[in-house]
Design a protein around this ligand. Structure first.
Ligand code: ZN
Length: 341
């Protein structure tokens, strides 16, 4: 059956619905309405393992990428200490932007922790078994996020043991741990100056994340050979960790929504053989239109500005669906007219 939509257009862009809407009686948004009106080519970056909802996407012939993140729970929806990242003070790690979120699973898993490895692989395989064309890893830097926060990485026993095995000359873990902790404290006092041990530990944390992701991908592709792996490479960055993935879908800062920067960001992804999609974490319609216009002109895919994360806000952003569809049509028409000239 051919499904009709209001605009009779070819599917050209991508819908991202973080969770299927409505999410309850109070929720006025509808993912099905967005699908009917926008006629997307697929749905990316959605959290879902509900077979009934996935049936709806299948009904509309929408390929979907299903999301997973470092807070994937190990125990009945909760993130417990036994599988999680511990900072140098022994505290569980919560990402700075998640501190205000009221969730049961705020803590990030450690890539060197075998329990976390187990639950992450189990869920990855489950998402693949549900017919996802891709798996999307949200916040794929894992332990390396602490390095970015000047916290050196995870200090759980699995990490310390693994690092210690790599550095046999420091044969007592307690010494190693205290040396590392005093190093990180000195580092924060001295600003950017990084000593050799800290650098080694940070590199070890980064390599651990890359190994973890490579192994995880390998295990999933053993069964699902064609599986695509996507991540949110913030601002189109392709660091060594993001390069493990086939493509990126990322929030892009407003300052980069101009032809020069977009040319070079898309160019970088092309050069690396990666796919790249951008979304903007602000409510300014004109900025969203600017990106949509650029993408249509340059034959790049867009993510519709509907169900979009907004920096510093717990509410997501939903531009009026009819307005989005109208703008898409307008820009496409204008481009066709220009091409005819
Ligand atoms: Zn660890």
């Amino acid at each position: 059956m051919l499904l009709q939509n209001n605009y009779q257009k070819e599917p050209s862009n991508v819908l991202s619905s973080r969770f299927f809407h409505p999410r309850g009686d109070q929720d006025l948004q509808s993912t099905v309405e967005a699908i009917k009106k926008l006629n997307p080519k697929r749905i990316d970056w959605t959290y879902c393992d509900d077979v009934e909802i996935l049936k709806i996407y299948k009904k509309y012939n929408l390929p979907y990428s299903l999301a997973i993140n470092p807070q994937y729970p190990d125990s009945l929806g909760y993130t417990t200490k036994k599988s999680r990242i511990l900072d140098y003070n022994g505290n569980l790690y919560v990402a700075p932007w998640m501190k205000s979120w009221k969730i049961n699973n705020p803590y990030w898993g450690c890539v060197n922790n075998p329990i976390f490895n187990g639950v992450f692989l189990k869920q990855g395989l489950k998402l693949a078994s549900l017919g996802a064309y891709a798996i999307f890893v949200d916040d794929a830097v894992f332990n390396y996020r602490l390095v970015m926060d000047n916290k050196m990485g995870c200090f759980c026993n699995y990490c310390l043991d693994k690092f210690e095995n790599k550095k046999k000359e420091l044969n007592r873990k307690q010494n190693l741990k205290s040396t590392l902790i005093s190093s990180v404290t000195q580092q924060s006092n001295k600003g950017k100056e990084v000593n050799k041990l800290v650098k080694e530990y940070e590199d070890f944390q980064k390599k651990s994340v890359i190994n973890f992701l490579e192994n995880w991908k390998f295990e999933i592709r053993k069964i699902y050979h064609e599986m695509v792996f996507l991540t949110n490479n913030y601002n189109g960055n392709w660091n060594e960790i993001y390069q493990v993935f086939d493509g990126g879908i990322a929030e892009l800062k407003q300052q980069y929504i101009n032809s020069n920067d977009l040319d070079s960001l898309y160019g970088l992804a092309d050069k690396l053989g990666k796919t790249q999609l951008f979304t903007i974490a602000i409510e300014d319609k004109d900025i969203h239109y600017r990106l949509l216009k650029y993408n249509i002109k340059n034959k790049k895919e867009s993510i519709y500005p509907w169900d979009v994360f907004i920096s510093g806000k717990s509410q997501r952003y939903y531009m009026n669906i009819d307005t989005i569809a109208f703008k898409e049509k307008e820009y496409t028409k204008a481009l066709k007219k220009n091409n005819k000239k």
